[in-house]
Structure formats: structure tokens, C-alpha cells
Design a protein around this ligand. Structure first.
Ligand SMILES: Cc1ncc(C[n+]2csc(CCOP(=O)(O)OP(=O)(O)O)c2C)c(N)n1
Length: 374
């Protein structure tokens, strides 16, 4: 396996010292090492993968250096626009190295949201003209980084390193801080699901949806009231809005994360603008981190989400951090006819034995649509 330290030192010795991206579980060890050994300005966890490419463009313009951008392959979609319409050699020609975690690599077992993306990842890179090298545990990282940098500079455009599963050695961050908040995400979700009865639930990508599934299983609720947004991180609130607009007689609960809200924060403006939306409840389970992929910090510690919701014209806004507060405000939230925003400040704990949905995504869709039909 490749030592995260060696990889990072190699970047530094190639004068690559601006790193940005959105985390991926497959890259969590190298990201943890980068986090521990970089300043806040040299390593930026960006809002989304396109934003990371744009940060890299700015860095190159100002320094003439080659920046480094990491992402899960599902983030390639977010990145394609700035890659093709800014960084490509037919536009400005901006050299950078993309490090892409290859989820759903063909013939390896992975979750449904990664399967198609895994199959087409190489095709996408080829069709957008990005030269790439595949890296795995046995690769010579030194050679790969040197070649990537040379190619990026020669071709004046982004080049990629496609990272196979289990490429990097384990590395645990020395900087992880514990939160002393009372509620875990799972406990908060359980309180909500127990309270909201027949409301429609749309849950975000990562552990939130996995926990919704397991709680429903444990409570014998069935899964038909829930749409699990297993992929498409950041789009949960718009899926929920699409449903809420068409189902004005039902209450819709969108269970979101801080990382996921930040990824497409403009969507909050759309929700707030829809004055006729009388049944929308946006819950943000805010743990300040991307817990589902390794606990990397989001920028939520400097965001006042309630102020953002207010500025976007949500009609009722509450923040809670304890079990009692949550139980007290839920009746108020559900009674409110508008666009409610509930931030729940939670700790970073989750079960080691947390499972994954055992029904298929198609089963989920069919049961959910039947429930919506009423
Ligand atoms: C476009 C895209 N980029 C990255 C990922 C990888 N990913 C899955 S869940 C997740 C973290 C979500 O963080 P947050 O919304 O704060 O929820 P938490 O995991 O903390 O509950 C990330 C980065 C993804 N699925 N899609």
C-alpha cells in the first residue's frame, strides 16, 4: 500500500502545495494526512467538486503552480463544467492534477449509486480528453505524481490519477475532536421518525439514509414513506421540494446534512422563494463534518444556517441541540404551514455496525410512489 506520508511528501517535492476537494471514503487516509500537515489556506474542503476545480484555477492563475484537486468519481459530474469550459486547453488551458476515488470499479462489489458511475468513469475521462493514470497499492506514487505534473504542464490542462480501492495505508488524523453534544444523528432521526407519523421523508446521501432504513426496520414501520437519496449528494432538498409541490396535503420532511446543504446551498433560495410551499420541513443534521466518508470538517463551523434560512425566506426557523428541545419543537414544526427549517446540532457518533439498505433502489422507488399515490 502507499503511505499517505510518502504521497504527500512527493506532492510537496514537486512544488504542489495547494490542495482542495470534496472528501471520499476511499481517499480518507490520504485526506486525513493532508489535513494534519497543511494550513487552512493550503488545503480547502470545498463546497462541491466544481468549486474545487475553480479554486484550483484561481490558484494557478495567481501562482503559476500546479494545484491538486481530489474527489470521489461521483463528483466528476459537478466538476465537468469548469473543467471543460474554463480549464480545458481549448479555453484557458489550466494545468492541475485531479485525484479521483474510483468507487464502483467494474467487478468490485459496491453500492447501487456507484455502479454506473464506476463503469463509465474511464469513458468520461477519455471523452473529455483528460489523460489519466490508474494508481493502486502496488504503484510507484513518485513516478505517477511526477508524470501527472509533467503532462499537466505540457498539455496545459487537467490530468487525472484514478485511485483504486485500498490504495493508501491507514492513517488516523491527530486532529479529530470529540463533540460533547447530546444527540447522535441516529438518535435525532429516530425521534423524528417516531413523531412524524405518515409524513413523507426524503433523506440525504450517506449514513443518514442508512440510519433511516435501519430505524424503520427496527420500528417495523416499513420503508414506503422514505425516499433514500443514496447518490446525488446535495440534491435531497430539491427532490423533496418537487414532491412537496405536488403533494400539498402531505407534510414532507427533508433530512439533510451540513455537507450536503453546503454542496448546493443555492437550493435553499429556491425553497424559500416558493411562497406557496405550505408543507416543507427542512431538517439539517449538523455535525460540522462529512461523517459518512471519514469525518473531514465541512465549513459549517463558520455558517449560521438559521441566518441563511432566514435570508432565503424560510417561514419558520429553529435550532435545537438536545433531546428535550427536539421533542418540544417537533409539534410546532409540523403544525406550521410553510417552509420550516430545523437545525439539529448533533455529535459525530455513529454505530460501527451500521448496515446498508437491504432492499433495492428500484424497490424503494416503487413502494414510495405507491405510498404517494395514496
Ligand atoms: C457529488 C458527491 N461528492 C461526494 C460524495 C461522497 N459523499 C457521500 S456522503 C458525503 C458526506 C456527507 O456529509 P454531510 O451531508 O455533512 O452528512 P454526514 O455524513 O456528516 O451525516 C460525501 C462527501 C458523493 N456521494 N457525491
Amino acid at each position: 500500500m502507499i503511505s499517505p506520508k510518502l504521497f504527500f511528501e512527493e506532492l510537496k517535492s514537486n512544488n504542489i502545495d495547494f490542495i482542495t476537494g470534496v472528501p471520499d471514503s476511499l481517499l480518507k487516509n490520504i485526506i486525513a494526512y493532508i489535513t494534519d500537515n497543511s494550513s487552512e489556506e493550503n488545503h480547502i474542503i470545498s463546497a462541491n467538486e466544481g468549486a474545487a476545480v475553480a479554486l484550483a484555477v484561481g490558484h494557478h492563475l495567481a501562482t503559476n503552480k500546479v494545484p491538486f484537486v481530489y474527489m470521489q468519481n461521483s463528483g466528476l459530474g459537478n466538476a465537468v463544467n469548469p473543467i471543460l469550459s474554463i480549464a480545458d486547453e481549448m479555453v484557458y488551458g489550466i494545468p492541475m492534477i485531479l485525484m479521483i476515488g474510483w468507487r464502483g470499479e467494474p467487478n468490485l462489489k459496491d453500492e447501487p449509486q456507484h455502479l454506473k458511475q464506476g463503469i463509465v468513469t474511464e469513458n468520461i475521462l477519455q471523452s473529455i480528453g483528460i489523460p489519466y493514470q490508474i494508481i493502486d497499492a502496488d504503484s510507484d506514487a513518485k513516478k505517477i505524481i511526477a508524470k501527472a505534473k509533467m503532462q499537466a504542464l505540457e498539455l496545459e490542462k487537467p490530468v487525472a490519477i484514478l485511485v483504486r480501492k485500498n490504495t493508501f495505508d491507514d492513517y488516523k488524523s491527530e486532529k479529530t475532536s470529540k463533540s460533547d453534544l447530546e444527540l447522535s444523528r441516529e438518535q435525532a432521526i429516530e425521534i423524528i421518525l417516531n413523531f412524524i407519523d405518515d409524513a413523507i421523508v426524503v433523506s440525504t446521501t450517506g449514513k443518514t439514509s442508512r440510519e433511516v432504513f435501519e430505524i424503520r426496520e427496527a420500528l417495523n414501520h416499513g420503508h414506503h414513506k422514505d425516499f433514500l437519496t443514496v447518490g446525488g449528494m446535495g440534491h435531497t432538498s430539491q427532490i423533496a421540494t418537487g414532491i412537496a409541490l405536488a403533494k400539498k396535503e402531505e407534510q414532507v420532511f427533508c433530512l439533510d446534512g451540513d455537507g450536503s446543504v453546503i454542496m448546493h446551498m443555492g437550493s435553499l433560495a429556491t425553497v424559500g422563494h416558493l411562497q406557496s410551499l405550505n408543507n416543507f420541513n427542512h431538517v439539517i443534521l449538523n455535525n460540522l463534518v462529512h461523517d459518512s466518508v471519514g469525518g473531514q470538517k465541512t465549513v459549517a463551523s463558520t455558517i449560521n444556517f438559521c441566518d441563511v434560512a432566514k435570508a432565503c425566506s424560510y417561514s419558520k426557523i429553529i435550532s435545537v441541540s438536545t433531546r428535550n428541545e427536539l421533542k418540544t419543537v417537533l409539534p410546532e414544526i409540523i403544525a406550521h404551514k410553510g417552509r420550516a427549517f430545523l437545525e439539529i446540532l448533533i455529535n459525530r457518533e455513529s454505530r460501527k455496525d451500521l448496515g446498508r439498505p437491504t432492499t433495492t433502489t428500484k424497490d424503494n422507488k416503487v413502494a414510495f410512489k405507491n405510498f404517494l399515490k395514496g
